[in-house]
Design a protein around this ligand. Sequence first.
Ligand code: BTN
Length: 262
Amino acid sequence: MPRQNHKKPHLRRTFLGYQIYHYGAVSSTNDIAKEIARKNDERRVIVVAETQTRGRGRAKRRWTSPKGGTWISILLRPQIKPKEVLKLAFITSSAATKTIQQLYDLKAEVKWPNDVLVRGKKICGILTETETKENKLLFVVIGVGINANIDIKFLPEELRQTATSLKHELGREVERKTLMKRFVRNFESRYKNLQRGMWAPLLDEWKSLTSFLGKQVKVTSFDEIIIGEAWDVEDDCSLIIRLENGTIKRIINGDLALRKKA
Ligand code: BTN
């Protein structure tokens, strides 16, 4: 078997104005998308891979990416400020959640900042990475990992209690092409609205897809643990926590977990 050459996709086509580069094994689709962004000026590219050998998650975590999953990265050059990139991650999690609801009738939901859960377990994760110059955004890569046709037993032991897959939830495999097409359509319609300045309804939609608001949560943000009620999510995507003493705390980055009832 010849070694997989990351530079040469085995399939190239277009869909909804995106150049789609389809690979077998890559290190990380985000890395390939960044390489493409630096080399040429294509505006909209989607990199898809069957497996990733060094899939990355948020906070420098590893993202296990066996065959059967949907591992993709969307390369965009949006006219937005670097701090607005969180909005892209939000519309991506809404698009993934809607896709799972529409195609499989599962009760998918979003969890701040941009995880997608089914039955409280993570089924999709999103990692946005950017390149900037003099505080100008050159490009954004939105990495999306959907646990599609994955047997839970192939996930690391420590994830088996907290992660799930479409195959596990449905008891059957899904058509990954259909999944990807619907996801890209759902993403694209939201991205268009974001570019038209329609952030408020997009944020409203995102909030309508959550169930953690109003609940007791524990948020780990950098080295701090914050416990309180998930009060709201603000226009800039930050999470507002109301502490027990009534103090309001604003968190821009972190991991949220629901607190179990005593
Ligand atoms: C997270 O929840 O921690 C984010 C996970 C993001 C995983 C996807 S899979 C496709 C893309 N390539 C990567 O290396 N990571 C993202």
